[in-house]
Design a protein around this ligand. Structure first.
Ligand code: FAD
Length: 440
């Protein structure tokens, strides 16, 4: 039977990603006075996923566990509930939370920071729901890594060249940084692994990237976009720019650019994100992309003590327009929301959001990358190293940083692990008891 109970807290934080985690961290610092305030953070998992490292976790250059930060070990006075906020009523200041024990909690709060992030946005493409996977969570990354290796095992065993080609065709839709990094890193894993498969031929493998606009990495400098295209083409990756997926029923890929239709064993959808549906259900003012409209102090218009940050929020960019949906913005917005909530409780002064994009780094696998810092652009191993160093600096916790450095160092000294651990997470059932023979 489902139990229900009620909690009264001062601040509720919804989401334990970049926005929610940094809001909690800042509140711990700002509210550390004598008066005790209860801050409760609800997140679907008990860890914070450092998504800029997701592609490396997929390709095996980083142990997947090292791309996440356990919330409980990094947050000290914040109470953490692993569960889902299913409903928020801002007039009653009440949230319903379904926790991992299957209980429904009613949380009554004085202030709330909304940071539930975004979800993949799909289009009505025939076959998409059945055939495509996303690349957003740790399970997605682990699944894709195992998928690449499982497809290689199956292809190695197959005597039919057409079946081998289909098994080893990987199509990615979306040429933003998530799609480019995921494809580039996984292709580099496949290249490394292919050396150990004696029957696979280079022409068996096909990697395809489809992007609707005329350039990869929209928003990055033209020089870096061109460099990325050149690098991927040099590795034999097929790029289809200004092209859209029309259909993928039964794995048959049809693009609208005249490419002959082909079968793809794996289809990854990395294009487009939309704000978490939770914010729409809360009856908040939304922009045309479903993000909560907030002012420069991250307060939701017309709702006192309600803040929204990260991918679910339309935050005014100090350089004009709306801030891009990136980790670097979400973490700074989270910290600022924490500071502004604390000021509502008489601790410190509120401040507006003034952060301007500093740069961007994209890893392309094989020790290559692109990076942009202000107007300066970098390519190749230097950019790759800059990206890695930046992410390392941003990673909270010395222990996590040390583990990442150790993974990267071991990766230089030893070959990549190509074990296929697809059965992970599924315990082996015990065999049925043998019928009794009657003997002793
Ligand atoms: C593959 C990939 C690579 C990326 N690389 C980069 C990069 O290199 N640089 C960069 O700046 N940005 C990058 N980004 C973008 C960046 O990850 C996001 O902009 C950032 O995570 C947004 O932070 P957030 O807090 O809004 O959401 P998230 O970090 O996604 O966190 C959302 C949190 O809310 C929780 N949640 C959701 N719904 C509920 C609910 N109903 N109840 C309770 N909890 C809920 C989730 O469990 C999660 O804890 C990348 C994104 C992806 C997918």
């Amino acid at each position: 039977m489902q139990h229900r109970y009620q909690e009264h807290v001062d601040v509720l934080i919804v989401g334990g990603g970049f926005g929610g985690f940094y809001a909690a961290r800042q509140l711990e610092r700002s509210l550390s006075g004598r008066q005790r305030h209860r801050v409760l953070l609800v997140a679907e998992e008990n860890f914070f996923l450092f998504s800029p490292l997701l592609a490396e976790a997929a390709s095996g250059t980083l142990e997947p566990r090292h791309a996440v930060i356990p919330l409980r070990s990094q947050l000290h006075s914040t109470e953490v509930v692993a569960g889902r906020v299913s409903e928020i009523d801002l007039d009653r200041r009440l949230a319903r939370v379904l926790d991992k024990a299957g209980q429904e909690q009613e949380v009554l709060f004085r202030s709330v920071v909304l940071a539930p992030g975004s979800v993949p946005s799909t289009l009505p493409v025939p076959g998409l729901a059945e055939e495509a996977v996303s690349f957003k969570s740790l399970p997605d990354a682990i699944w894709l890594r195992n998928r690449v290796l499982a497809q290689m095992e199956a292809a190695e065993a197959s005597h039919d060249p057409a079946a081998r080609r289909e098994l080893l065709t990987f199509t990615f839709v979306g040429g933003g940084y998530a799609g480019v990094e995921a494809l580039a890193e996984l292709e580099s894993l496949a290249q490394v692994a292919a050396r150990h498969y004696h029957r696979l031929l280079p022409e068996d493998m096909r990697w395809v990237l489809v992007e609707a606009t005329h350039t990869l990495l929209p928003g990055i400098s033209k020089r870096l976009a061109r460099y990325t295209e050149r690098q991927l083409r040099l590795r034999g990756i097929e790029l289809h720019l200004s092209s859209r997926l029309k259909s993928c029923v039964d794995g048959w890929i049809e693009l609208d650019d005249g490419t002959p239709r082909y079968r793809s064993g794996t289809l990854v959808w990395t294009t487009g994100q939309r704000a978490s549906p939770l914010v729409a259900s809360a009856g908040l003012p939304l922009d045309e992309r479903g993000r909560v409209i907030v002012d420069d102090h991250l307060r939701v218009k017309g709702h006192a003590d309600t803040y929204a940050v990260g991918d679910c929020a339309a935050v005014p960019d100090p350089t004009g327009g709306i801030c891009p949906a990136t980790a670097q913005h979400a973490m700074r917005q989270g910290s600022l929301a924490g500071r502004n909530v604390a000021s509502d409780y008489g601790m410190g002064e509120p401040a507006p959001f003034t952060y301007r994009t500093r740069g961007m780094a994209v890893t392309l696998g094989n020790g290559k990358g692109t990076a942009q810092v202000g107007p300066a652009t970098f390519t190749g191993p230097l950019a790759w190293w800059m990206g890695r160093s930046y992410h390392l600096l941003m990673m909270p916790g010395a222990a996590r940083r040390a583990r990442i450095v150790s993974d990267w160092t071991l990766g230089v000294l030893f070959p990549r692990d190509i074990s296929q651990l697809g059965a992970l997470g599924r315990p082996t059932p015990l065999p049925s008891p043998r019928p009794s023979t009657g003997a002793g």
